[in-house]
Write a protein that binds this ligand. Sequence first.
Ligand SMILES: Cc1cc2nc3c(=O)[nH]c(=O)nc-3n(C[C@H](O)[C@H](O)[C@H](O)COP(=O)(O)O)c2cc1C
Length: 396
Amino acid sequence: MSDRLLSRREPVNVEDVRGRARRVLPRILFDFIDGGAGDELTQSANRTAFARVPLDVRSAVAVGTPDLRTTVLGQEVSLPVLLAPCGGVALYHPDAGRGVTRAATAAGTIAGISTLSGELLEDGLAPGDTGRHWFQLYKLGGAQGARALVDRAAAAGYRALVVTVDTPLVGVKERDVRNGGVTPGGSAVSRIDLPTVLRMGPKVVGRPAWLRRFVRAGMPLGQPNVEALYPGGGPAAVDRGMAAWRAEPFVWADLAWLRERWPGPIVVKGVLGARDARRCVEEGADAVLVSNHGGRQLDGVPATLDVLPGIVDEVGGEIEVYLDGGVRRGADVVRALALGARAVFVGRPYLYGLACEGERGVARVLEMFRAELTHAMILLGCTDVRELDRTWLVRS
Ligand SMILES: Cc1cc2nc3c(=O)[nH]c(=O)nc-3n(C[C@H](O)[C@H](O)[C@H](O)COP(=O)(O)O)c2cc1C
């Protein structure tokens, strides 16, 4: 924990960073990050689930400095908070994926880089920063495209492959439809193109700092990973890649060839029940990430914290289980770990930080989690995050 006093203008928590991101980003981008599918019921359920899990404090224990370290897939991290793979990072700040991975490395943790990051996957890693971060795969371009992406990710030095299974199509976020970035069918969600941005004209003009950065970065509106799959590239290639993904969404049989082809561990992201978690074990996955995509896919699926214990009971003795969705506080991390998650991932929190200050903003959000987690552990009376289990929760 830092003893430095904050100036009155500095954000104190993730919600403050979110407020700043709202002021920095054009509305179409802020809403794209901030919003969820349908009525956003699942998205808010992710948050409220944490409030229903009270912590069982052990008083009069001298904790000293709690140990926040753990391992994920054999790799040590300095705190059990990792950065979830998110699309569009190149749009929010020119530091983009490399800013995200650099901040994660500096903090001693791991970042996931999305197929739809908006830059070449090779650009998401700083030179020499290999063997640490994870690449998230969508089957853009179908199986053929996915094979090319996987080979490139291995050659670039990503350590683990995150296979997202909850996206046979991209969920419709109605804020995006309203902002004119997406058709009600959701078909243009992955591509906020120049005409869209120009339609946003007045609102973009009101965000001069973002606009300056965006223009200086060469207006990165494309999806280079997908464009590289087809000769000629450009929006037509993105359309082809998306169409092939729709035609050949991820199915369990894909894990067999992915296991053969990918040299490192495989994490299946988007599991919400014991049955699918069991299937992950049967198909040879190394870990599951309990996720509903931050409430961005099917509105109405449960909060991730609510389904975590059942999944841990089913497969926790065999493979690692992680959680994401609504983690905003150090005490949320405690609850998820106490319910059996090995580590958590955060998505929107670091995107807000990235939008505000690039790599530095991502680092700031990670430090907030570290400080809050340290504080929560001392007050809880727990010396080591690896000791957290259900005995640290009040039984309901
Ligand atoms: C703007 C945005 C883009 C995302 N893009 C992807 C993606 O490309 N691939 C993926 O697997 N998950 C994606 N996600 C989901 C995150 O990986 C993660 O599951 C989610 O953000 C966790 O919830 P949280 O934002 O409440 O922390 C995205 C999330 C956001 C907010």
